[in-house]
Design a protein. Sequence first.
Length: 367
Amino acid sequence: MDAKFFAALEQLEKEKGISVDYMLERVGQALISSYKKMNAGMTDNVYVEADRQKKKIRMYVRKTVVDDVYEPYEEMTVEEAREYKPNAMLGDIIDIDIPPMSFSRIAAQSAKQVIIQGIREAEHGMTITEFESKSHEILNGVVSRIDPRSGNVILEIVSHGEKTEAVLTSSEQVKGETLTEGQRVKVYVMEVRRGNRGPQIMISRTHPGLVKRLFELEVPEIHDGVVEVKSIAREAGNRTKIAVFSQDENVDPIGACVGTRGARVGNIVDELGGEKIDIIKWSDDMAKFVSAALAPADVISAEMQPDGKSCHVVVPDDQLSLAIGREGQNARLAAKLTGCKIDIAPASQVKANEQEEQVEQTAEVEE
C-alpha cells in the first residue's frame, strides 16, 4: 500500500465525501481481520498504523519478552527478541513488523470486501444524515413506479446530491388523487429511520404539516416569522382550516396568505389538487376565535362555557347548515382548529328557548 493507494483514498474523498481517515480506519480493521483468519489463535495484539505524510501503512504484532513462552502469538524469549532489539530484556515489549507479502490471496480478498463494505456504510451514513435533516420538511420527488396490488407509490427523491427511494403508502395518499409515473410531487417527511439498506423515509401527502410548509414556501411573511401559523386542521382532499396571526399590526395575516388576486393561496390549492382552504385570523379571545373558525358561516354570538373547553354558538337559521358543513365537516374542523368543543344552535331555537323560559318564570310569579 503505497502512494497510489493513498491517492486513491484522497480521490474517493473528493468524489464521495468519504474521509481518508475513515477509510484508513476501515483498511486497518480489514488487515487485522484477515491476519487473524490466517493465524488461528491470534489475539488482540495486532496493530495497524497509517502515516498520511509518508504515505505508508505499518502493520505489526506486539509481544512481551518472557523466560518461558506459553502464548506464542503474544510472547517471545529473550533470544528471539534480540533479533529485533539487541539489548532486549525480560519484560520488554517488542513490536514486530508484518510484511504485506505474508498475506495470502484469500486474506487480501477478505480485506478488499471489508473496505468495500466500509465505503457502502459511509455512503449510507451520509445519505441518512442528509435526509435526517429533512424531517418535518417538504421534499420533491418523482414517481418511479406504482405497486398495482398495494397501491403504494414509490418516489425517487434527491437532496443535495444524495438519492434514495421513499414509499408513499396508500394510507398517506390523498383520497381521489391520482399519481402517475414520471409525475413530480411534493411530500411531507414525517420521520426518517435508519435501515440496513439506507434511510427509510416516512412520507405523506395527507399530513397537516404539508400545508404548513407549503404556506412557508409561498408566503415570505410566514417564512420570515412576521406571520405565524398557530394551528391547522385538515381533512386531506376536502378542506383545511389554518389559523394565522401577525406579529406586526401593520401586516394583515390573512391578506399576506391570500396574496395578490389570491395568487399565493391559489398555488397551494393547485398543489393540493383543489383542496379548499379557509384562512382564519387567530385570536387569544377563544369565543372570537371560535366564531372566526366557523367561516364561511356568519355567527351571531359565541359564549365560552365555565369549563373553558366548550363554546355555545348561535348562528342565523339560514347559516346553520353552512356552519355545520357537509357531514359535519365545517364544525369538526373548527373544533380541531380551536381545540374547543362547539355547540351550534340556530337563532330561532335560542329565541324559542328564551320565550319558554320567560313563560315559565311568569307562571311561577303568578303562583
